[in-house]
Write a protein that binds this ligand. Sequence first.
Ligand code: AMP
Ligand code: MG
Length: 324
Amino acid sequence: MRPKKEEIARAAAALRAGRLVVMPTETVYGLAASALNARALGRVFAAKGRPADNPLIVHVGSKAELARVAASVPALARKLVRAFWPGPLTVVVPAAPSLPRAVTAGLATVAVRMPAHPVALALIRAAGVPVAAPSANRSGRPSPTTVAHARGDLGCAVAVYLDGGPAEHGLESTVVDCTGPRPVVLRPGAITVEQIQRVCGDLAIGTRGADAPRSPGMKYRHYAPSARVWVIEGRATEARAGVQRTLGRLAAADRRAGVIAIGDERYAGAEVFRVPTLAALGRELYAIFREADARGLEDLVVRAVPERGLGRALMNRMRKAAER
Ligand code: AMP
Ligand code: MG
């Protein structure tokens, strides 16, 4: 499963030459390019069909490397880095002025993370440059959690695909703005709000307010399959009954529906995607989205999960997928 040393060396050379590499990370697969090469960054946006005003996360190979891409490292960022790197936590800090505009989309800040996946770390270190890497999907599609998903979306736009097995978390990193007096969680992820609170105390949760979004990517529809997603709100029992009612309505309308069943939940009248736990739902959600489309399902129904811990990230992704 693990790519060999020579394969990583070939991918690192491709990055240095301004070409694109798909790399496994513990969150989702990333589409990597040298963060110092404006032409390579242009290829990332072209390959994904990504809007130019959506900035990229810079992936570094060590904690010390943060200072190379930041103009300054706020104490708050330092604290979070110490607690959670390497891992699925992205800090937003003042950007080094030398960074190409494509990385920051013209913002004064840059988003940076040190991934925990050994293949990603080996690649970044071998390349010797910081690596900008959005998720390796076409813009608007679910993020890839296997190398096959990425290949299906990006094909020959990518020089080297590195296979590191299925992604451990399956959801994108937690993004935290560290430029103010207290941390602002711009995007929930595998590192939970509760974990961040334990390290930093007081924090704020960013919302999509009327002001310019703090995290520009938040304004785009994301993570969505072609099938229509229905998230049935309510507490467990109530939501389960709501799921079954929705399936009944869809069946009456002659629609081909799928349903995500969590744990031992039983539903009738739809194709069932079963996940044992919420952590498994995190790992499987995007693969289920893709599989629903592959099977030509028109609707995909899932119940709401409690908005604490990983549940916050899950509800964020599922609600976004349900937006029309
Ligand atoms: P993706 O790479 O598709 O997972 O998206 C990266 C996320 O990080 C998006 O939501 C971006 O808007 C966000 N992001 C990247 N750079 C910044 C920044 N400088 N300030 C705030 N959010 C950022
Ligand atoms: Mg993405």
